[in-house]
Design a protein around this ligand. Structure first.
Ligand code: PEP
Length: 249
C-alpha cells in the first residue's frame, strides 16, 4: 500500500551525546501529518536510538548492510545483526555508497535479496548524475539502476521495498530538482514498474524524493501526485526543520 514516508539520513554525523540530544529534540516535536517518520543513525548509535524511541512514532532504520549472511567481512554489519537489535528497515544504494564504496547495481541486487530474505524492508536509492541529466540520459540511467538491482524480484517482493529517487546533483548541494522535474521522474519510475509488474505494483509503490529537501520547499515537492515523501539529509539533523518537512504533508 502506498504511504507517505519522511526518512532522515543522519549519515556519518552525531556521536552518542549528540545523538541523545537530537533524539530529545525530536521527542518534543508534534506530528500533524500522516507521514511515517524514520531516522537512520550510524551503526554505533542504532541501538541507543532504537531503545530511546521505543515509545515514539518513529522507526529507526540502518544506513547500510552487507549482502553476506555472516563471515569474514571485517568492518561490516549483517542483516541478522540489525534485526537482533530491532531494526527492520535498511537504506540501500545511497549515492554516497555507490560513489565512495563502489557499490554497483550487481552488489546492490545481492544486498536487496539478503534484506528481503531476512524479512527486512528496503529503502532503495538511485538517481542520475549531473552529466547524465545534461546529456538527457536521466531516464535511461534511472531505468537501468532499477532494472539491474530489482527486476529479478517477484512482484510480491515490492511490498517490502520503498524507492528513493535522489538525483546526485541535488544531494547536499542546496540545489533541488524542481517539483516538476521530481514529478516527471517519479511518474517515469512508476511507469517503468507498471511495464514490468503491472498497474497494482506500480500504484502501490511508495516513491520518495531526496535532494536538498528543506522546510521551505517540502510542501511543493510533496504536493506532486507521484511524490510520496522524502529522504532527507542535512535538514534531518535539526528536529524543527525535520518535523517541518514531516508536517509538510
Ligand atoms: C541524502 O543524502 O539522501 C540527501 C537527500 O541529502 P540532502 O537532503 O542533504 O541533500
Amino acid at each position: 500500500m502506498r504511504k507517505h514516508i519522511v526518512a532522515g539520513n543522519w549519515k556519518m554525523n552525531n556521536d552518542l551525546s549528540q545523538t541523545a540530544a537530537l533524539i530529545s529534540d525530536l521527542k518534543e516535536q508534534e506530528k500533524t501529518s500522516d507521514a511515517e517518520v524514520m531516522i537512520a543513525p550510524s551503526f554505533t548509535n542504532l541501538w541507543h536510538t532504537f531503545e530511546s524511541t521505543r515509545e515514539d512514532d518513529i522507526e529507526v532504520v540502518a544506513q547500510n548492510m552487507h549482502f553476506a549472511e555472516n563471515g569474514a567481512y571485517t568492518g561490516e554489519v549483517s542483516a541478522r545483526m540489525l534485526k537482533s537489535i530491532g531494526i527492520r528497515t535498511v537504506i540501500l544504494g545511497h549515492s554516497e555508497r555507490r560513489a565512495y564504496y563502489n557499490e554497483t547495481d550487481e552488489s546492490l541486487a545481492k544486498k536487496v535479496d539478503t534484506a528481503l530474505a531476512n524479512e527486512m524492508r528496503v529503502i532503495f536509492c538511485f538517481g542520475e548524475e549531473l552529466a547524465d541529466r545534461k546529456a538527457g540520459n536521466e531516464e535511461s540511467v534511472v531505468e537501468g539502476q532499477i532494472k539491474n538491482a530489482l527486476f529479478h524480484l517477484p512482484a510480491d517482493a515490492f511490498t517490502n521495498i520503498v524507492l528513493a529517487y535522489e538525483p546526485v546533483w541535488a544531494i547536499g548541494t542546496g540545489e533541488t530538482a524542481s517539483p516538476g522535474q521530481a514529478q516527471d521522474m517519479h511518474a517515469f519510475i512508476r511507469k517503468t514498474l507498471e511495464n514490468k509488474y503491472g498497474h497494482q505494483v506500480a500504484d502501490d509503490m511508495t516513491i520518495l524524493y531526496g535532494g536538498s529537501v528543506k522546510p521551505g520547499n517540502a510542501k511543493e515537492i510533496f504536493g506532486k501526485p507521484d511524490v510520496d515523501g522524502g529522504l532527507i539529509g542535512g535538514a534531518a539533523l535539526n528536529a524543527d526543520d525535520f518535523y517541518a518537512i514531516v508536517n509538510a504533508f
